[in-house]
Design a protein around this ligand. Structure first.
Ligand SMILES: NC(=O)c1ccc[n+]([C@@H]2O[C@H](COP(=O)([O-])OP(=O)(O)OC[C@H]3O[C@@H](n4cnc5c(N)ncnc54)[C@H](O)[C@@H]3O)[C@@H](O)[C@H]2O)c1
Length: 254
């Protein structure tokens, strides 16, 4: 079950956190994993680990904000059975402390970056006779979270792009879903704690952990297992869905 044998997979942001966990698991399941990363060193580390475990993988240095570069890399890879649009960046702030630069940066990476990869991948999938897209949304896509103005905007767009792609390409045999995690303990979380709460990192870590009714943050591997199901042939009847994986954050926080 859940074999990805010889599937060509493209994972953005596979050098860290959730993207790395998905890359490692998909390679274990037999996929050829192509990692698209801003951070070449981190991507090379993931690839080295996959090769060491007997899997197949290659890293491509690429900023997903640049459509020309995305096109060049996808053409080099040549085939895309599964696209995991995972790369994303964080921002903490309400409307009034979100500058134009902050807003543009979050939009460029989280929204336009995902669009760029879809723009290039979908025609390739159509030509190949089908494919699977998995987008990384967030609980912030559909729940009001304090001080996440720009981030929520970007993840709301991920959810609605998911629905649009799923609807428009039903007849092209392309499935498209998204995953909405609550807090997952990755460098992404450590980074924004260090940047935004340098004086009370431990206190904020505990607070963020407790905001999941289950009492902790998620693990990247837990997200990877849901990603595997959704990208596998076993999920052939699943499209246009947003899957919360959130320790009860969305429905039990009352
Ligand atoms: N960690 C969480 O709590 C959490 C919760 C919900 C959703 N998410 C989403 O999951 C995804 C992965 O998060 P993570 O916690 O693993 O983050 P992370 O920071 O650990 O990893 C993200 C990776 O994306 C890469 N990246 C960033 N910008 C890029 C660009 N322009 N082009 C190419 N690569 C780029 C980074 O180099 C990094 O390796 C993000 O979209 C994030 O919004 C995370």
């Amino acid at each position: 079950m859940f074999s990805l044998k010889d599937k060509s997979v493209i994972i953005t942001g596979g050098g860290s956190g959730i993207g790395r966990a998905i890359s490692l698991l998909f390679a274990k399941q037999g996929a050829f994993v192509n990692i698209i990363e801003l951070n070449q060193v981190a991507a090379d580390e993931t690839v080295a680990q996959i090769l060491q475990e007997g899997g197949q993988a290659k890293a491509y240095a690429c900023n997903i904000v640049n459509q020309g570069k995305v096109l060049e890399v996808f053409q080099q890879i040549g085939r895309v059975d599964i696209l995991v649009n995972n790369a994303g960046i964080a921002h903490v702030g309400n409307l009034e402390n979100t500058s134009e630069e902050d807003f543009d940066r979050i939009y460029q990476v989280n929204v336009k970056g995902a669009y760029n990869c879809l723009f290039v991948a979908i025609p390739m999938m159509k030509e190949q006779g089908g494919g699977v897209v998995l987008n990384m949304a967030s609980v912030a896509s559909s729940v009001g979270i304090s001080d996440r103005f720009a981030y929520s905007m970007s993840k709301g767009a991920i959810l609605t792009m998911t629905l649009s792609i799923a609807k428009d390409y039903l007849k092209s045999n392309i499935r498209c879903n998204c995953i909405s995690p609550a807090r997952v303990h990755t460098p992404f979380v450590d980074g924004f704690l260090a940047k935004n709460y340098p004086d009370n990192i431990d206190e904020m870590f505990d607070k963020l952990s407790a905001s999941q009714p289950i009492g902790r943050m998620g693990k990247p591997e837990e997200i990877a297992h849901l990603a595997l199901y959704l990208c596998s042939d076993e999920a052939g009847f699943v499209t246009g869905c947003d899957y919360p994986i959130d320790g009860g954050f969305t429905r039990l926080n009352n």
